[in-house]
Design a protein around this ligand. Structure first.
Ligand SMILES: Cc1cc2nc3c(=O)[nH]c(=O)nc-3n(C[C@H](O)[C@H](O)[C@H](O)COP(=O)(O)OP(=O)(O)OC[C@H]3O[C@@H](n4cnc5c(N)ncnc54)[C@H](O)[C@@H]3O)c2cc1C
Length: 283
């Protein structure tokens, strides 16, 4: 019986594991190895780690967590989360493991617009977030490949950073290839545009089925509805990182720093719930 099982070994899950380890709670972290920033060579905008390779961040985090004996990390995929009586059960390799709390940190997966050449460059010269990958194109032309209402906002955010922002409907782009510096966009009228980088609006979806399995309440954004401590609509189940959307935010706050903060807060809530149970039933 674990105090907590964390599903997800990105920044949100790893921070939750660190906090629970420091409080000596029996914790299992499961990681199937599918990270939202899996194609990104350098992560940005994370204090003391600006420009660090995300894989290196995860390696450093695991080394820090290894100091704490009550935390076990398994590179394995969970397949099911269910309630069994007063406990929760997480299934891996067909075997259910019992736990008092489950922290879901399974993240989002992105579907890119169907333009040839985009996915190969995703996370490097093609990105979605100007806070993460804007400065890298400073003083150069960039494209916003987005026809939604959000395109004007994105372009306005980038104006002080880039020399020029081209807003193009992705349906007009036949193919994205390499230019001597940056990208060459091949348009449907036969012309080309050269830009240092491009921003797209992917369609993001829950990477794992657990929110559906547990019938967790969702926000309009599709993310799991949580309170500021990551509590979901099902007791004992917490959701953190990109997959979660607290009421007080307009959407999921999808950055490394936010994921880390939410992982820590949910772990604090798990420890508080455990402490309340100990106060109510002294051993
Ligand atoms: C292209 C791109 C570039 C980005 N660049 C930056 C940046 O520079 N700076 C920044 O702050 N943010 C950046 N982000 C955002 C950042 O990557 C996310 O906010 C962050 O990774 C969210 O962390 P997370 O822990 O919620 O999820 P993730 O990092 O996606 O981790 C999800 C975890 O869940 C695990 N998992 C999923 N299903 C299962 C299962 N069934 N069983 C076990 N484990 C499972 C996965 O294996 C993984 O370990 C970028 C995002 C994208 C798409």
């Amino acid at each position: 019986m674990y105090d907590a099982i964390i599903i997800g070994g990105g920044p949100a899950g790893l921070q939750a594991a660190l906090t629970l380890g420091r409080m000596h709670r029996r914790t299992l972290l499961l990681d199937s190895g599918a990270y939202r920033n899996g194609t990104v060579p350098h992560a940005h905008n994370l204090l003391t780690n600006d420009r660090r390779d995300p894989a290196e961040l995860r390696r450093l985090a695991r080394a820090e967590i290894a100091v704490y004996d009550t935390v076990e990390i398994q590179d394995a995929a969970a397949t099911e989360v269910a309630r069994i009586d007063s406990a929760l059960a997480v299934t891996i390799d067909g075997a259910p493991l019992r736990t008092t709390a489950v922290i879901l940190a399974t993240g989002l997966a992105d579907d890119l617009p169907p333009v040839a050449g985009l996915s190969e460059r995703w996370g490097d010269r093609v990105a979605n977030c100007p806070f993460c990958h804007g400065h890298e194109f400073a003083g150069q032309r960039v494209a916003v490949l987005n026809a939604s209402d959000h395109a004007a906002m994105l372009a306005a955010m980038l104006e002080p950073v880039a020399s020029e922002v081209l807003v193009i409907d992705p349906e007009r782009v036949r193919e994205v290839g390499d230019a001597p510096v940056g990208l060459r966009l091949h348009l449907d009228d036969g012309t080309t545009e050269e830009v240092a980088g491009a921003f797209v609006g992917p369609t993001s979806r829950q990477r794992a089925p657990f929110a559906d399995q547990l019938g967790l309440e969702r926000q309009q954004s599709g993310a799991v509805r949580v309170d500021p401590f990551g509590r979901t609509s099902v007791e004992g189940v917490y959701a953190v990182g990109d997959m979660a959307h607290p009421d007080h935010f307009p959407g999921p706050m999808a950055t490394l720093a936010s994921a880390i903060a939410s992982g820590q807060l949910a772990a604090v809530a798990v420890v508080q719930a455990d402490a309340q149970a100990r106060v109510a039933t002294p051993s």
